[in-house]
Design a protein around this ligand. Structure first.
Ligand SMILES: Nc1ncnc2c1ncn2[C@@H]1O[C@H](COP(=O)(O)OP(=O)(O)OP(=O)(O)O)[C@@H](O)[C@H]1O
Ligand SMILES: [Mg+2]
Length: 446
């Protein structure tokens, strides 16, 4: 997937740095150099390296100490030591500590090149294994909840805390962000995983039928009730009931749901008998329920009852680290057992710089479409939808943008997400409404 790899040479001898830079830098290998430990640390903070070549004698650090430090901080990097003649003991010690190999000065360039290549191959192998382990783990333990960004790790942590608890959970996040995926993970990792998980989208229910769908009805309870109906609450007994789009639940049913949550009791339509149900509830919404409470369309007591434990899934653009993993996951899923399509770095860059208003669902759709267009080959930029390419601010071949242009594009982008709603856009941009108006005028964005 990666087209070139990065090598860092840490050596205080300028002639060596120059030599390696001039002779070993190529299309598929970029050589970076640092003259001391301090500079190397700075570079390592900024970017990831695949192979590090380290002089054992540096002006500001001992090579072996530095090796240990780098290895702890960057586990999937391989390190090659450059040693002088008198350093053989050190070199042996280094090999024991896990250095990939060592080269004694004066060295032959082609020998060093072979060692670098081998080190890089080992890095790739290790990463592949790690990736495999990661996907396996994701698939079996996390029920397809993919991601390793800080927010997803936090969500997984919370789900783990929930395995021994039965509190209702409210899952919030924009459409397509993964609320269903999180709900399923909660159920499958919890104590009720062997019992049914019943999923119902409240927005899809007929208003008049909601009560009967949820609580059931007796034969003859209303005109048209020719048969007895069990109701989802009873079907989910001992299991989990996941009510999606809970904000769409009609107001009269909200009160009955609140009673069920508080007392575990409910009544079927047309019956006076109290029934008991042992149900674990999960809820989801992409609406702001607190606002709905303020507006008087959502029962305040019910809101507090279901909002005991809230899991919020951030938008995909706020956790772009997850994108490459998700791409890999979907490509292998869509390949259906065949080898997954290749994703060149250029295409990946495009995906990374897009805003994903439709979140993970949109990503999946884009990849599905791209796969058809790529006809079994690599997924080139041409396979991506026009809107995605148009809205892309990071044109890979264009010179860098000025700050002013960037501001213009970013404001246009935010306005497009909120369909021109300036109040919302100003809020998100963190500027006053007046300032936003001024900028809109300045950049001709009306
Ligand atoms: N973290 C994730 N890992 C793997 N797949 C994901 C993840 N998040 C979302 N998806 C996938 O993206 C698609 C949309 O996710 P999901 O249905 O969970 O979104 P949602 O938040 O429930 O959206 P809506 O509000 O429209 O119901 C599904 O195909 C789902 O499998
Ligand atoms: Mg959903």
């Amino acid at each position: 997937m990666q087209s070139s790899y990065n090598v860092l040479v840490v050596d205080d001898e300028e002639s060596i740095r120059k030599l390696l830079k001039n002779e070993l830098d190529s299309d598929d290998r970029v050589i970076h150099t640092a003259e001391n430990a301090h500079r190397a640390r700075q570079l390592l903070k900024k970017q990831q390296f695949d192979v590090i070549i380290l002089d054992i004698r540096l002006p500001d650090a001992d090579g072996l100490d530095l090796f240990a430090e780098f290895k702890v901080a960057n586990q999937d990097v391989e390190i090659i030591l450059i040693t002088g003649h008198g350093d053989i003991d050190n070199a042996v010690e280094a090999m024991r500590m896990g250095v990939f190999d060592y080269i004694t000065k004066p060295f032959k360039l082609d020998r060093l090149e072979v060692v670098i290549e081998r080190a890089y191959q080992r890095v790739c192998l290790q990463r592949e294994n790690k990736g495999l382990r990661h996907t396996q783990e994701a698939k079996t333990d996390w029920y397809n909840l993919i991601g390793r960004s800080a927010p997803i790790r936090e969500i997984k942590f919370l789900i783990d805390k929930l395995t021994t608890s039965e509190v209702p959970v409210l899952i919030t996040g924009e459409s397509g962000a993964g609320k269903d995926v999180v709900a399923r993970a909660i159920h499958h990792r919890g104590g009720r995983s062997c019992q049914p998980l019943i999923v119902k989208n409240c927005a899809m229910l007929h208003k008049e039928m909601v009560r009967s769908e949820l609580f059931g009805h007796k034969k003859g309870a209303f005109t048209g009730a020719t048969e007895e109906h069990e109701g989802l609450v009873s079907v989910a007994h001992k299991g989990t009931l996941f009510l999606d789009e809970i904000g769409d639940l009609p107001e009269d049913v909200q009160a009955s749901l609140l009673r069920l949550l508080e007392t575990k009791e409910y009544r079927r339509m047309g019956e006076n008998k109290e029934r008991r149900a042992d149900v674990r509830f999960l809820f989801a919404t992409n609406r702001d329920l607190a606002k709905a409470v303020e507006a008087g369309t959502f029962n305040e007591a019910l809101f507090h009852r279901i909002n005991v434990f809230n899991i919020h899934i951030p938008r995909l653009r706020e956790r772009k680290e997850d994108l490459p993993l998700l791409v890999e996951h979907f490509l292998s899923l869509l390949a259906n057992g065949r080898p997954a399509a290749a994703m060149p770095e250029k295409t990946m860059k495009r995906l990374l710089s897009y805003g994903w208003p439709g979140n993970v669902r949109e990503l999946r759709n884009v990849l599905e479409r791209a796969l058809i267009l790529s006809e079994g080959g690599a997924i080139t930029e041409n396979c991506l939808p026009k809107e995605l390419l148009d809205s892309n601010t990071c044109k890979s071949d264009a010179p860098p943008m000025s700050l002013e242009n960037m501001e213009r594009e970013h404001i246009a982008y935010v306005l497009s997400i909120y369909a021109g709603n300036k109040q919302k856009a100003a809020q998100v941009l963190g500027i006053g409404r007046k300032t936003l108006y001024r900028k809109i005028q300045k950049y001709g964005l009306e």
